[in-house]
Design a protein around this ligand. Structure first.
Ligand code: GCU
Length: 341
């Protein structure tokens, strides 16, 4: 039912977009459409709403920012395509699925790439590392404008708790639609079942899959904790979400407008990050009330199985090597800072 409603809604939006493109806009404002697949009260959406307020405060006579949460414009794979063609202006996309649009993003899908949230944040905030990556996808029709925290990904299951990689044997686990994630599951011994985020709840409920992997908010905001009662902190990935914009739209902004947009992107990331920390704490409490049991397995056992993927990916995609090395340097630097107190 939900899916049919979404399809109808998407149809209306797309025809609206066509009408706009033909110049029949009522108030002569240019609509900026931003898609995302999270609930309206999710930190990501809160960040986007702060952007809407900021842009409309500064450029409200020209732009009307409209945000479409809850996969209203389709799954992330669809909304990246809509952003590439310019049918919409921006979408939030998990780094996981971006790798099939531009393989530079493969690097952030590597399991156990970062050894701490501090390293993850420092790398993602480092414009020297990130700017060239964000800009390098212009040939793919989009440019990344900021990143959003999506925490740490862990396995969660309906019936069988995951205490070691062996427990994944033979289990059907939903992964994001990315070759790296499929390969990661293969190395861990589970059966990877790729699908869009919005399909996961029903798939869990109907027993199509035995579990999935995500941050804690999936249990509460997406209600997966209603079905999955075991959440296992194996910490296999910190996969960022990336806000991407249509290349043509961004390059047509005047320098002054671009400056304002850049400020707006910073506001998204700041607002989202502040909301994120609190949201994870609340989600854990809520999940416990839903009778989800949190498990703390030996992480090293999982690491051992998937680390060969680093070499495999770097050999197949050598342009990732300098980025990978810089990430290691940041880790080393952090370690030295810690040991110097
Ligand atoms: C997280 C992430 C989303 C992603 C989802 C998924 O919620 O923030 O961007 O779509 O995981 O597993 O698909």
């Amino acid at each position: 039912m939900m899916r049919i409603l979404k399809k109808i809604f998407l149809g209306i939006i797309i025809s609206g977009i066509t009408i706009n493109l033909t110049g029949c806009e009522k108030n002569h404002k240019e609509i900026i459409r931003i898609a995302n697949n999270q609930a309206a009260d999710h930190p990501t959406n809160i960040g986007l709403r702060a952007f809407e307020k900021f842009i409309e405060g500064k450029l409200g006579n020209k732009y009307d920012v409209q945000i479409f949460p809850n996969e209203l414009l389709g799954s992330q794979v669809n909304t990246v395509e809509l952003t590439q063609t310019g049918a919409i202006n921006f979408t939030v996309a998990s780094n996981a699925i971006l790798e099939s649009f531009d393989n530079i993003y493969q690097v952030f899908n590597l399991p156990y790439l970062f050894s701490s949230p501090e390293q993850y944040h420092r790398v993602m905030d480092d414009s020297e590392i990130m700017d060239p990556i964000f800009k390098s996808t212009k040939k793919s029709g989009f440019e990344a404008v900021t990143w959003l925290d999506a925490g740490t990904r862990n396995f969660y299951t309906v019936k069988k708790p995951i205490n070691s990689p062996d427990d994944l044997n033979g289990l059907k686990i939903r992964v994001q639609q990315s070759a790296s994630n499929i390969r990661m599951m293969e190395l861990l011994g589970g059966a990877a079942t790729p699908m869009g985020f919005g399909e996961v709840y029903t798939a869990l409920q109907q027993g199509v899959i035995d579990g999935a992997e995500n941050n804690e908010l999936a249990l509460t905001s997406n209600k997966h904790g209603e079905v999955c009662k075991y959440y296992s902190y194996d910490m296999h990935q910190m996969v960022p979400d990336i806000l991407i914009g249509n290349e043509k739209f961004l390059s047509n902004l005047t320098p002054k407008e671009r400056e304002i947009f850049q400020e707006g992107f910073k506001i998204i990331s700041k607002t989202q990050r502040e909301a994120w920390g609190k949201a994870v704490t609340v989600a854990k409490e809520q999940a416990k009330e839903m009778n989800v049991k949190f498990i703390y397995p030996n992480v090293e056992a999982f690491k051992e199985k998937v680390l060969p993927l680093h070499k495999e990916v770097l050999e197949a995609n050598p342009k990732l090597k300098p980025i990978y090395e810089k990430i290691q340097e940041v880790g080393k630097q952090l370690g030295e800072e810690k040991s110097n107190g």
